[in-house]
Design a protein around this ligand. Structure first.
Ligand code: FE2
Length: 399
């Protein structure tokens, strides 16, 4: 049987310059029979952001996250409304949009939400089939299937609504050879190329309103054929003060994973409530980036000025931690030096660390993750992680 990630591309074909063996380890792929999938998703196509200043934000991702500028659209290319910078790192693609024209709708979005994710775009083999299924399941179709073309070929695309003002664009670029989408020109970076710091997007987390998590899990199950991977409730993720509930949905082969959080009632304000207040609604909370060498990535990002959540010495000095995790690639002393968290489950282990929010509002942040067999999300670290988040929340006056 030929294993496939999508209808059109066999699994043995490398995706960009990340081999499939690498990808399998990086994000934890599983076998999947697509013929029974009502909404086959091949991969993340792009994570699209609106930023208050796209020019500077694109620079930030190049300098601090080691991403490479590959394409651009803006006034110089005939786009009078906004600037759009396309950045890549391995198989991960970020698109940073910012309004140029004073009446650009992007300014309205930014006024309400601040910097954030507007589109978790998905690469699909058959846009029409996906939209037909989504419509039959009652999804909101924001863009009907249509072709966009330029001299590099044709992209077929559509978009459906998800939580808050977030959307999933559905993109079939199998007949397109350009640098991103029609209308974009190739553009290379003026920032000197450094070492690549991450190879893929592992998962994108959505924060939704109290009582809405199951609604959105059902949406991903029913509309998009996603399967349930894990859930975390009650004692898993309660600290003394704040709490949340979380369920994880993924496409069939686990390449696209969307954890969904909702606040839980606790003594003080949940970190999810803080997000919902400052993002002014549901939205994307964090993006986990898969790296094959988390220590080198953390060192490079720290040197560039990225701030990570702190983990107390007691986490590393706890004899139970050593007993629980056993042998891992990086000695505990090195993990401690860099404040990297470690967790083990029945399938293997993972190393992870979280940045502080990267913008002005306490909303979007990043996770770095190095998987060694584990398909989990670091459940064993939730308590330490959430206590670290609460310390930051408290400093902001939001606990
Ligand atoms: Fe995560």
């Amino acid at each position: 049987m030929t294993e496939t990630l999508g209808h059109d591309r066999p699994l043995d074909r490398p995706i960009d310059d990340v081999s499939l063996d690498q990808l399998r380890q990086l994000v934890g792929l599983v076998e999947h029979d697509e013929s029974k999938d009502p909404f086959p998703v091949r991969a993340m196509d792009a994570i699209v952001f609106v930023a208050g200043n796209a020019t500077q934000t694109a620079w930030f991702y190049q300098v601090a996250f080691g991403m490479r500028l590959v394409a651009y659209s803006g006034p110089e290319t005939g786009n009078r409304d906004h600037k759009s910078f396309v950045l890549k790192s391995g198989s991960a693609r970020f698109v940073i949009n910012g309004g140029v024209a004073p009446d650009s709708p992007l300014h309205d979005h930014h006024r309400k939400h601040g910097d954030g994710v507007v589109d978790l775009a998905l690469e699909v083999a058959d846009v029409d089939r996906c939209v037909e299924h989504a419509r039959a399941q009652g999804a909101t179709i924001l863009e009907e299937p249509h072709d966009v073309s330029d001299e590099h070929g044709t992209v077929r695309r559509a978009a459906i609504a998800t939580y808050g003002e977030t959307r999933h664009s559905l993109v079939d670029r199998s007949r397109y050879q350009g640098p991103y989408l029609p209308g974009y020109v190739e553009k290379t970076s003026t920032v000197p190329a450094g070492k690549r710091l991450f190879q893929a997007v592992d998962h994108c987390v959505g924060n939704v309103e109290l009582g809405r998590m199951d609604h959105w899990v059902d949406f991903y199950n029913r509309v998009m054929g996603f399967v349930n991977m894990a859930e975390f409730i009650g004692d898993d993720i309660a600290t003394d003060y704040s709490a949340l509930m979380s369920k994880v949905v993924s496409n069939g082969n686990h390449r696209v994973k969307f954890p969904l959080n909702e606040p839980a009632i606790a003594k003080k304000k949940s970190q999810i409530d803080e997000y919902l207040e400052f993002y002014d609604g549901a939205g994307c909370q964090h993006i986990a980036l898969a790296t094959g060498d988390i220590v080198a990535t953390v060192v490079a990002m720290r040197e560039a000025g990225v701030e990570f959540l702190d983990t107390p010495d007691s986490y590393y000095d706890d004899p139970e931690l050593r007993a629980r995790i056993g042998e891992v690639r990086v000695p505990i002393e090195v993990l401690k030096e860099h404040r990297i968290l470690v967790d083990r489950d029945e399938d293997g282990y993972l190393l992870q660390i979280f940045t502080k929010p990267i913008g002005d509002r306490p909303t979007v942040f990043y996770e770095l993750i190095e998987r060694h067999g584990s398909l989990g999300f670091g459940k064993g670290n939730f308590k330490a992680l959430f206590e670290a988040i609460e310390r930051e929340q408290d400093r902001r006056g939001n606990l």
